[in-house]
Design a protein around this ligand. Structure first.
Ligand SMILES: [Zn+2]
Length: 127
C-alpha cells in the first residue's frame, strides 16, 4: 500500500505519514501519535496499539473487531503535546462503519512523553 493515502487523513502517502511510526519510529508530537494509532486501528495493527499505550493503563491484549471499519479521523482540539512537552491532549472524532451502519466516536485523549516517546494514557469519551 506504499502509494496509498494514509488512513489517518493527512493526504500524505502512508509511507511518509504513519508508516515509519508503525515500524518503530518515535512520534514527534502527541498528535502524530494519535494519528498513527487511528491508522493502526484502521489497519488492524494490534501490536502497535499496545506498544504505544502507557504501561499504567495498557490492557493485556487488544482484539480489534473485524466488523468495525475505521473511516475518517477529524481533530477537534489539541493542548500541549509538542516536542518539548511531557503531556498532551488530543480531542478527535473518528467515524466508522460497523456491520454497514455509520458510527461516530469522540474522545479527549491524554498522552505522556516517556524517554522521548509519546504514549497514549486514557481518554474521556463524549456521549
Ligand atoms: Zn498517517
Amino acid at each position: 500500500m506504499a502509494r496509498e493515502d494514509c488512513p489517518c487523513g493527512t493526504a500524505l502517502p502512508y509511507e511518509e505519514c504513519c508508516g515509519p511510526l508503525h515500524r518503530g519510529g518515535a512520534a514527534p508530537t502527541a498528535l502524530a501519535l494519535m494519528r498513527s494509532r487511528f491508522s493502526a486501528f484502521a489497519l488492524g495493527l494490534e501490536r502497535y496499539l499496545l506498544d504505544s499505550w502507557d504501561p499504567s493503563t495498557r490492557p493485556d491484549t487488544v482484539d480489534l473487531d473485524g466488523e468495525v471499519e475505521w473511516r475518517r479521523l477529524q481533530i477537534v482540539d489539541t493542548a500541549l503535546g509538542g516536542p518539548w512537552d511531557e503531556t498532551g491532549v488530543v480531542e478527535y472524532r473518528a467515524s466508522f462503519r460497523e456491520a454497514g451502519r455509520p458510527g461516530l466516536l469522540q474522545e479527549r485523549s491524554r498522552f505522556v512523553r516517556v524517554e522521548g516517546r509519546w504514549l497514549y494514557v486514557d481518554g474521556d469519551v463524549s456521549p
